[in-house]
Write a protein that binds this ligand. Structure first.
Ligand SMILES: [Zn+2]
Length: 110
């Protein structure tokens, strides 16, 4: 039996319907220093993957995002949950809660 410490949550992802109960291993929860979103147009920027601000081309005459020089990026969320620590729960998985969580932190939620 493997003992993990982390957060039980309902996992949903953009582009998928519904979601799944999942467990996030706390070893893969980090302070966010690389994931940004523009406060004006919500463009997402993962500085870890793209060192430069990604530029999206205008589509059908509709410009959804600001021009790169007009963005106002802020860190989106204090924490970054990495996929490596995501365990989608399956029928038959068993949990034993070893310690009662005294303080629930909204900051850990995506
Ligand atoms: Zn913007």
């Amino acid at each position: 039996m493997e003992t993990l410490e982390g957060v039980l949550h309902f996992f949903t992802e953009t582009g998928t319907e519904g979601g799944d109960w999942a467990f996030q291993d706390s070893q893969f929860i980090y302070t966010n220093t690389t994931h940004y979103a523009c406060t004006k147009c919500n463009q997402y920027w993962n500085k870890e993957k793209d060192s430069e601000i990604p530029v999206f081309k205008e589509k059908d005459g509709f410009q959804k995002f600001c021009s790169p020089e007009y963005h106002d990026f802020e860190l989106c969320g204090e924490m970054n949950w990495r996929y490596e620590g995501l365990h989608i729960l399956k029928n038959g998985d068993q949990f034993i809660i070893l310690k009662e969580i005294v303080k629930f932190s909204q900051e850990l939620l995506p």
